[in-house]
Design a protein around this ligand. Structure first.
Ligand SMILES: *Cc1c(COP(=O)(O)O)cnc(C)c1O
Length: 378
């Protein structure tokens, strides 16, 4: 009997996203093996953290890296690291946080964008002790807002989040010319793998933060900070085993080992082949649904957040909502989480099928669940 059966929990097929509420991703056997191996011995954690960080930096083409317990933790640590670097005269900044009253630079600037309501991760920057200042959605307003108290600017890339505000491509180079630290929370902006160095090495951001438990396929409680070595070093000083701010986002040797293995697999895979694998599954589902009255089907070559992955969109008939479809398929004999758009996104009658997390054969279960829903009257 599995642990889930023991607890009376029914696992489901994930045809939506590696959402945390779905348990993130499922890890490869090699990742489980690395975690198991790591769990069997005692090691000097400082040594493991230093060497694993160097390896993560090398795999992602960045100057520095730090493995933490999630992109959420990454946002907090990145904010804290920026304050350490912004207040170099204050030698104890790392030990002082989250108390920032005496720091000269303790403000984090964030655009007033539509994303403020869609993803509330920006609020996590305040856990570092930083004060959040919301700035009007124009490049000029942001450049004007940079001042004596600014520790960093935080950006949240994705076409959906950047609607109505300057894109990272526009604003990062301008902010760097202005001499301010920039952090991109790119937690779910994968694939392509090249995004692991795009925001930092290509656009010039000081740090970028990624979720380990989403597209990288690492253990659920992992995350990655990449970028300037000076800043990832501050992350290390702020974090476990030191009893500082980052102690509460502890990553164990098992997570570090599992994450590194996942990162190795993710950066080493054939992206074209992986894209085709997903596309073939979506084509199968599309074929199975073709001809059902009142629906329209379309495979787009971009993920929900503009990432490089195919996505099957299904426009539902009549006034049926994506949420209703999801409720039905989640209660299906073989439960499936079908993707749908939340109200704020203004597409209530659309569902999406994402094959990123589908295992071989699961496309059949997805098609059956959708057919059952669409064949239902009313
Ligand atoms: C998912 C997400 C996070 C949180 O990531 P975790 O790894 O689950 O902590 C942070 N920021 C954004 C934009 C996200 O999409």
């Amino acid at each position: 009997m599995s642990i889930y059966e023991e607890l009376g929990i029914r696992p489901f097929v994930n045809a939506s996203e590696p959402y945390t509420r779905n348990g993130g991703s499922v890890v490869a056997d090699e990742v489980v093996k690395a975690m198991e191996e790591a769990s069997r011995s005692f090691v000097n954690m400082e040594e493991l953290i230093a060497k694993a960080s160097d390896r993560a930096a090398q795999l992602t083409g960045n100057e520095g890296a730090f493995i933490t317990s999630g992109a959420g933790a990454g946002v907090v640590l990145a904010a804290a690291a920026c304050m350490c670097a912004a207040n170099p005269a204050e030698k104890h900044t790392a030990g002082l946080l989250p108390h920032t009253d005496d720091l000269e630079k303790n403000e984090i600037l964030i655009f007033r964008g539509k994303y403020l309501d869609m993803i509330e991760y920006w609020k996590l920057t305040a856990i570092s002790g930083a004060r959040i200042r919301i700035v009007d959605p124009s490049g000029k307003a942001m450049l004007d807002a940079v001042g004596e108290k600014t520790a960093a600017v935080f950006l949240f890339p994705a076409p959906m989040y950047e609607e109505g505000i300057p894109s990272c491509e526009e604003i990062i180079p301008a902010l760097k010319r202005r001499g301010v630290r920039v952090v991109a929370d790119a937690a779910a902006q994968l694939p392509p793998v090249s995004n692991l160095w795009y925001y930092t090495e290509k656009l010039g951001a000081d740090l970028a933060v990624f979720s380990g438990g989403k597209h990288i396929g690492g253990p659920q409680a992992t995350g990655l900070i990449v970028g300037k070595k000076e800043l990832t070093e501050y992350c290390r000083q702020l974090a476990c085993p030191n009893p500082r701010l980052g102690r509460v986002f502890k990553t164990g040797k098992e997570e570090i080992a599992g994450f590194l293995k996942a990162l190795e697999l993710f950066t080493g895979r054939d992206e074209k082949k992986e894209y085709s694998r997903q596309e073939n599954m979506l084509r199968y589902v599309e074929e199975q649904l073709r001809g059902i009255p009142g629906i329209s089907l379309h495979i787009q070559s971009e993920g929900r957040l503009g990432t490089e992955q195919p996505l099957l969109l299904v426009e539902l008939p009549g006034d049926r909502t994506g949420e209703d479809c999801n409720r039905f398929t989640r209660a299906f004999e073989q439960p499936v989480d079908i993707g749908y758009f939340k109200k704020e996104n203004g597409r209530p009658h659309t569902v999406f099928v994402n094959a990123y997390l589908l295992k071989a054969g699961e496309e059949k279960i997805v098609a059956a669940a959708l057919k059952a829903y669409l064949g239902r009257s009313g």
